[in-house]
Design a protein around this ligand. Structure first.
Ligand code: KG4
Ligand code: ZN
Length: 352
């Protein structure tokens, strides 16, 4: 089965073609070449608007919407050409329809619905966060992944702990009460004079920094809470910044100290949830799952108790079309009859 998938919820115009069942990673693990499954990315095309939004230091919704309209057809063309798959060979179309910037989401949903109508193909609306979660099934032997899974999904727009007892079942165990982790990275990077997006800039600067230099707060919230809060940490950084000269040394030390505070809270709560719900696996997903230190800290804590996974390719951590196709694939297989009508696809800024 081949899925064409669209992602335009924020500032990446992304289209991918993925295929199930012919996964080379799956075959490598199965001497009989039988009975294994996997989702292979045939091509994941992305036009990132980062360079455009960099100047302002954040995403400008009107600018993002205009860029999506300009780029969606060239990006679709690239996905089809480089995957070598024609529109007629596509079996179903998946598109992220929520949450996100409404003016950005519309480009993806209108393009996908139009194609579904014109080609008479099924169309699957996908929650962007579920897409991030399913990035962990891409280019990997899907039969090896064992439920229950606790997923830490962390990016610029969301920050959740999710329990998956089976496919397409998402129980939110905890979420951020204010800033998402990626948002905190972006805001702190701006405070200390590093570029946008803040996550990659901070993790790079942190390599040369002293993580013990600044004693920043960790918001554990009330005992047993699986929720998160990062706004206090950001304010603490702002107070230090107000009385310090910002030079390269300061940027490095603050980046390392801040990153450590975020990773400590994220990893600790992930492990508490994994133990509480007897998870077999713990997964990292979303833009912040690209963070090396987060992966290290979680791996240290998870050692021998849980299988730990993060997306097989770093490009599947941040927004991409392939992850939307992966979630769409499992939704479709579970309930194909639901996804026949292109009119059912509505964009929504919020979660519902
Ligand atoms: O998933 P994503 O592309 O978009 C949203 O759904 O929000 O995530 C983008 C976020 C940004 O806040 C960015 O700073 C953060 O992910 N990010 C990182 C890293 N790479 C991207 N945060 C920490 N470390 C990284 N290496
Ligand atoms: Zn995202």
């Amino acid at each position: 089965m081949k899925i064409l998938s669209f992602e335009t919820s924020c500032d990446e115009t992304a289209v991918a073609v993925i295929e199930n069942g012919t996964n080379e990673f799956a075959y490598a693990n199965d001497s009989n070449n039988m009975g294994r499954s996997g989702l292979r990315v045939l091509h994941s095309a992305i036009f990132s608007q980062i360079d455009i939004h960099k100047e302002i230091g954040g995403v400008v919704p009107e600018v993002a919407a205009r860029e999506h309209i300009i780029k969606i057809i060239p990006v679709l063309d690239e996905a089809l050409t480089k995957s070598g798959v024609s529109l007629q060979e596509i079996d179903a179309i998946a598109v992220s329809n929520k949450p996100g910037l409404i003016s950005s989401l519309l480009t993806g949903t209108v393009t996908a619905s139009t194609l579904a109508l014109a080609l008479g193909k099924p169309i699957i609306p996908v929650n962007h966060i579920h897409g991030h979660i399913y990035a962990n099934w891409l280019d990997r032997d899907a039969d090896e992944i064992q439920f229950p899974i606790v997923v830490l999904t962390v990016s610029g727009g969301h920050n959740e702990l999710v329990l998956m007892k089976e496919h397409c079942s998402f129980e939110v165990l905890g979420e951020t009460l204010d800033d998402a982790a990626g948002e905190a990275f972006d805001k702190v990077a701006r405070l200390i004079g590093l570029g946008y997006p803040g996550g990659p800039a901070i993790s790079k600067a942190a390599v040369n920094g002293d993580k013990y230099k600044f004693d920043l707060p960790r918001a554990w919230l009330k005992k047993g809470s699986l929720d998160f809060s990062f706004s206090g940490l950001k304010s603490a950084v702002a107070r230090v910044v107000a009385v310090h000269k910002i030079d390269t040394k300061f940027q490095a030390d603050m980046s390392a100290s801040f990153q450590e505070a975020v990773c400590e809270v994220l990893s600790e709560k992930l492990l508490i949830a994994a133990r509480k719900y007897n998870a077999k696996e713990i997964h990292l997903a979303g833009g912040v799952s690209a963070n090396k230190r987060l992966r290290e800290v979680v791996a240290e804590k998870a050692v021998s108790s849980f299988v730990m996974r993060y997306p097989a390719n770093i490009h599947y951590c941040t927004d991409n079309g392939a992850m939307i196709g992966a979630a769409g694939y499992f939704m479709f297989v579970k309930n194909p009859a639901v996804y026949t009508d292109w009119k059912n696809v509505e964009a929504s800024a919020g979660i519902s």
